[in-house]
Design a protein around this ligand. Structure first.
Ligand code: NAD
Ligand code: UDP
Length: 313
């Protein structure tokens, strides 16, 4: 049974976006994937092209978009530090002008719109775990600011469009997510370690590897995004992530244990403003969405390893 109007997924050819498109199609929705393929790839959505209710628009969200839609998931934005720092001005334009354009589309259509925000709005947090009430510790002029401040401004725009124009908004603060369809050259830690180990190269741990992150498997994340979009009461911001916190060195050891081989751990300089600790407090998502992650790190890593092994073959 088709919904009245198509669902727009910006960034739909990316890592999380492609899983989201797949799930929406599976639920009988008509989906318009909007992507400029900056970090996304056609191969991520190739298997969906045969679906009658799937459409792809090559489009940069920094420019206005006019389509019929009832719901918008705004995921368009490079997410890996390597990629978002490659052209920081474009990252700000994507986050801020992209949000304005997609909010404009939602306003015109009376559509509900969800923003893929990020744990980076908390910057290098001085409290752990981070709950939604924590206002963050972001360096506004550092190399990560194009992403962090861009996403913070996008949240501002979402709430101003809600207050000023009565838009139905949803804001998810996504914590580190991993899984199949991360790009091989993505540059984020999980894909880097797996690809390095599968190639028999050494695993590059930045700093001493004592910094922490909490990694959420992509299917769990998509469940959370859908749960947030589909309920009528909570607009967010709401943390989505897996609260199982580990150090980067522990992650490297886990990958080596699962893959085996001759790779060693080598140490490289820590990037500027790299957060020391990160773990989501997901009490709000548990209580209001009835959502929590179900895939443990080892199972998620095994799925990811299988995927990258097939890609490298
Ligand atoms: P990704 O880089 O794989 O996907 C981003 C997609 O957006 C790509 O397909 C890219 O081509 C597209 N895109 C980039 N700029 C665009 C533009 N100007 N116009 C149209 N399309 C554009 O990253 P991802 O991990 O899938 O992240 C998806 C969203 O989730 C992003 O908004 C990201 O900030 C957010 N997020 C992800 C994580 C994570 O750990 N994966 C964590 C926090 C937030
Ligand atoms: N990291 C690392 N080696 C790599 C890539 C990343 O040690 O090859 C570290 C990075 O310094 C950070 C953590 O892993 O502390 C997570 O980095 P990622 O780029 O995946 O995401 P972030 O959470 O920093 O946005």
């Amino acid at each position: 049974m088709l919904n009245e109007f198509p669902v727009v997924v910006t960034g739909g050819a990316g890592f999380i976006g492609s899983h989201l498109c797949e799930r929406l199609l599976g639920a009988g929705k008509e989906v318009i994937c909007v992507d400029n393929f900056y970090t996304g790839a056609k191969r991520n959505i190739h298997h969906l092209l045969k679906e009658a209710h799937f459409e792809v628009l090559r489009h940069d969200v920094a420019f206005p978009l006019f389509v019929e839609t009832g719901r918008i998931f705004n995921l368009a934005c490079p997410a890996s530090p390597v990629h978002y720092q490659n052209d920081p001005v474009a990252t700000v334009k994507t986050s801020v002008q992209g949000a304005i354009n997609m909010l404009g589309l939602a306003k015109r259509r009376g559509a509900r719109i969800l923003q893929a925000s990020t744990s980076e709005v908390y910057g290098d947090p001085q409290v752990n775990p981070q709950s939604e009430s924590y206002l963050g510790n972001v360096n506004p002029i550092g190399p990560r600011a194009c992403y962090d401040e861009g996403k913070r401004c996008a949240e501002t725009l979402f709430f101003d469009y809600h207050r000023q124009h009565g838009l139905e908004i949803r804001v998810a603060r996504i914590f580190n997510t991993y899984g199949p369809r991360m790009a091989i050259n993505d540059g984020r830690v999980v894909s880097n370690f797996i690809v390095q180990a599968l190639r028999g190269n050494d695993l590059t741990v930045f700093g001493r590897g004592e910094q922490t992150r909490a990694f959420c498997y992509v299917e769990d994340m998509v469940d959370g995004l859908l749960a947030l979009m589909d309920q009528d009461d909570e607009r967010g911001p709401i943390n989505l992530g897996n609260p199982q916190e580990i150090t980067i060195i522990e992650l490297a050891e886990a990958v080596l244990r699962l893959i085996g081989g001759r790779s060693k751990i080598v140490y490289r300089p820590r990037p500027e403003d790299d957060p020391c600790q990160r773990r989501p407090d997901i009490s709000k998502a548990r209580a209001l969405l009835g959502w929590e992650p179900t895939v443990g790190l080892e199972d998620g890593l095994k799925e990811s390893i299988d995927y990258f092994r097939r890609q490298l073959d």
